[in-house]
Design a protein around this ligand. Structure first.
Ligand code: B12
Length: 433
């Protein structure tokens, strides 16, 4: 073999080794149906209901919602800027009725701006960037010099914030990036790594952005290694069906895998398998939640949040038409019984709750409250209503009310989306995380 032949052979085998995560197109009807489920959410324009993730997901998808989309971004700007920057006339501290967006929500808002090809800038933009940097500094302090502490929010939001600043080409201090690197480096799989697949994927997306933008050149080697660590973690988490972790962490995991090639890994078949698993889940109507759909649509369009470094705002996207309403069954649904159990309180609560078939777990909780002897409270979040108190017991620091199917299977969905079956027993359990 001549010199050129050898070179071609080498390049050929390198190409075969370094495969990309490319997924064959998913039927456009399926994608359209997912997009249509976002439309009703886009009519809700109060701060509590606004969800910047929906806007980002749509912009990175193959779909567009025309004027609705523009109006949605307008409302996001109005409400987020007002609540974050506050106006002197709002009376300062006597206007606490609406909670300020969290670090992660501010980060998603900045991603939404970039998804519309807008750089944050000007006086207001700079203040938002400073706020996000301050949030990160506070979190860095909470984690501490010895890395023994925890962020007040989560490493997921920590990664999201670094990613958002990065796509706007805003540099964050090495010590801030260092905390996320440390978390990934010390997430030992042998000890059942504590970072979830979603959190690892989000960290990986942030690192990939830093690598591509070369914003922290002195940490480049560590960043590249950490991307590899995250990729491995995600690959190891693939279930026999093909999901990474669970069905709902697969969208972000795919976003990450799509940003990279991995020498020596059959990425093509790994991603093909994930796609098959996703298609089955889509047929089973697993994707009803708007936040989940917003994380899935980019992956189905071969895009990731890292593409927000230089988004293609002129890419043609199909116009989304509202779905036809299918007339609902007029027959009264049968009544089912769901057992509701709370053992984290004294005396423990245990009751059989009658609800119409097809009710959500939230309907069950409402009915139980109506029947007496049970109370609960929720907080709005981008994923829907988050259960924060049960029988008057509010969650403490790093605690949450876990939803389980007895004896011990955590639910994969929240109270608004999960629909228990007749005779099922659901436990609400106060746990630390
Ligand atoms: C961190 C996290 C948690 C933390 C939240 C505490 C904290 N201080 O951060 C803990 C461990 C407590 C948690 C709990 C649960 N989680 Co969680 N969580 C996440 C994660 C990794 C990031 C959320 C986030 O910060 N988003 C960014 C910020 C900007 O958005 P936000 O709306 O302001 O964030 C808040 C809400 O997301 C809320 N929250 C967290 N999880 C869930 C789940 C649901 C259903 C709801 C309504 C709210 C909610 O806590 C966040 C902080 O306040 C996501 C991953 C993802 N892909 O989104 C999963 C995720 C949202 N969680 C999920 C689930 C299933 C749950 C639980 C229902 C699990 C269970 N069986 O009990 C519980 C919630 C139960 C309840 N009380 O209502 C699923 C939801 C899937 C779906 N179909 O919608 C996700 C997508 C993980 C996954 N891949 O399966 N979670």
């Amino acid at each position: 073999m001549g010199c050129l032949g050898a070179l071609l052979f080498l390049l050929g085998s390198l190409g075969a080794l370094a495969q990309r995560c490319e997924m064959p197109e998913v039927d456009s009807k399926i994608v359209e149906m997912l997009g249509q489920r976002l439309l009703p959410w886009m009519d809700q324009l109060s701060l509590e209901q606004l969800n910047p993730s929906i806007y980002v997901g749509l912009r990175l998808s193959s779909l567009q919602a025309e004027t609705k989309e523009a109006l949605y971004l307008h409302s996001l700007k109005l409400h987020y800027q007002q609540s974050l920057l506050g106006s002197a006339s709002s009376g300062g501290d006597n206007d606490d009725s609406q909670a300020k967006p969290s670090m992660g929500q501010l980060a998603l808002y900045l991603l939404a701006l970039k998804a519309n090809c807008e750089f944050v800038g000007g006086h207001k933009g700079d203040r938002l960037v400073s706020q996000l940097k301050r949030f990160l500094e506070d979190e860095k302090r909470a984690i501490g010099h010895d890395h023994k502490g925890h962020p007040h929010t989560s490493y997921y939001q920590y990664g999201l914030a670094i990613l958002a600043l990065c796509v706007h080409q805003k540099r964050v201090h090495e010590s801030v990036v260092g905390k996320l690197l440390h978390a990934v480096e010390h997430d030992r799989p042998v000890h059942q790594g504590h970072l979830s697949v979603d959190t690892a994927a989000m960290a990986g997306l942030a690192f990939t952005c830093l690598k591509r933008s070369n914003l922290n050149p002195d940490q480049r080697e560590r960043i590249i290694l950490a991307i590899g660590t995250v990729q491995e973690k995600i690959l190891r988490s693939q279930t026999p069906e093909g999901h990474f972790g669970s069905v709902y962490s697969t969208p972000l995991a795919l976003q990450l895998l799509m940003t990279s090639s991995m020498p020596g890994v059959e990425l093509r078949s790994v991603c093909y398998k994930a796609r098959t698993a996703l298609l089955t889940s889509l047929q089973n109507e697993a994707f009803q939640n708007a936040l989940m759909i917003s994380q899935l649509l980019p992956a189905l369009n071969h895009k990731s949040y890292v593409d927000l470094i230089s988004p293609d705002c002129l890419a043609p996207r199909a116009i989304l038409e509202p779905a036809f309403e299918t007339p609902s069954d007029t027959q009264a649904p049968e009544v089912i019984r769901v057992m509701l159990m709370v053992s984290s309180v004294l005396p423990p609560y245990h009751n059989s709750i009658p609800v119409p078939a097809g009710s959500s777990l939230e309907d069950v909780l409402k009915k139980a409250q109506e029947l007496g002897g049970f109370t609960y409270g929720t907080q709005a979040s981008l994923s829907g209503p988050y259960l924060t108190s049960v029988m008057g017991k509010e969650v403490g620091e790093r605690e949450f009310w876990q939803l389980l199917q007895v004896p011990d299977t955590p639910l994969l969905q929240g109270i608004a989306d999960y629909r228990p079956k007749d005779g099922e027993t659901i436990e609400l359990r106060l746990v630390s995380w």
